[in-house]
Ligand binder design. Sequence first.
Ligand code: ASP
Length: 309
Amino acid sequence: MSKFSLAVHGGAGTLVKGMMTPELEVQYRDALKAALDVGVDVLKNGGTAIDAVELAVVSLEDSHLFNAGKGSVFTAEGKHEMDASIMDGSNLEAGAASLLAGIKNPVSLAREIMDNSDHVFLAGDGAIEFAKLRAVEIKDDDYFFDRFRFEQWQEIKDSDTFQLDHSLKKDSKFGTVGAVACDQNGNLAAATSTGGMTNKRFGRIGDSPVIGAGTYANNKTCAVSCTGSGEFFIRGVVAYDVSCLMEYKGFSLQEAAEEVIHQRLKGINGDGGLIACDSFGNIAMPFNTEGMYRASYDNSGKESIAIYS
Ligand code: ASP
């Protein structure tokens, strides 16, 4: 029995089933597996949950398949504005950054903010200035250009619509990324990174960088990373709500995660999902969308990779 566990997600906005080709499915599965392996390696070697989630998310940010880092969606102005956060459940330290342009790995900037500033949350120019101070890698616009995502934005750019990389439309296929982990010492951590929603308004910030909404970790309860329509996740304080149900009502991880996604979030018409783990290494991954790109390595050493329900 291994004493650690890890889960990653690549967003609740999957391709509708009929649109997924076998070739694409292999690509998604490989990318999820690569991120899982990076995180599991850290944990196997006695590394910390916080290092495992950061590196797993970096791996997903570096893939063009997901809506984070390299694959970030276009805003209404045809730019990229990325958000990320990370939280260490062993000491409740957290770092978050939003409205980022040019940052190759937003999750690593969030980690820098957590480790090397007196703050939790930096945004826009201030965050970029801090990134430069800390020598966080910066890339030019070309690095973030993706033809498919550009076309996705072209289709709705003259409308008021902004959209989750989601199953409503045949081509809305990308998703936010995240990871949760429990290390060999029972410490928990969570991280989430996103390009947000296609055609989002300049300055719009979703749930992903908001501690308690898109990301939360506390050794006493759980580590959570969310994906879905961010406005609902902020209003539902979703990640913290899972923790609260465990702490104040004695729910198990699975009960709490399901109650939040299938009852409370649904109750306000929110769509999406989350991944979560507790300090026994249990994992829960509920979603109320057609699919959620996800992979896990559980506390018995069992690995699983899945897209649809
Ligand atoms: N939650 C993200 C946001 O609203 C989007 C996603 O999960 O794909 O920015």
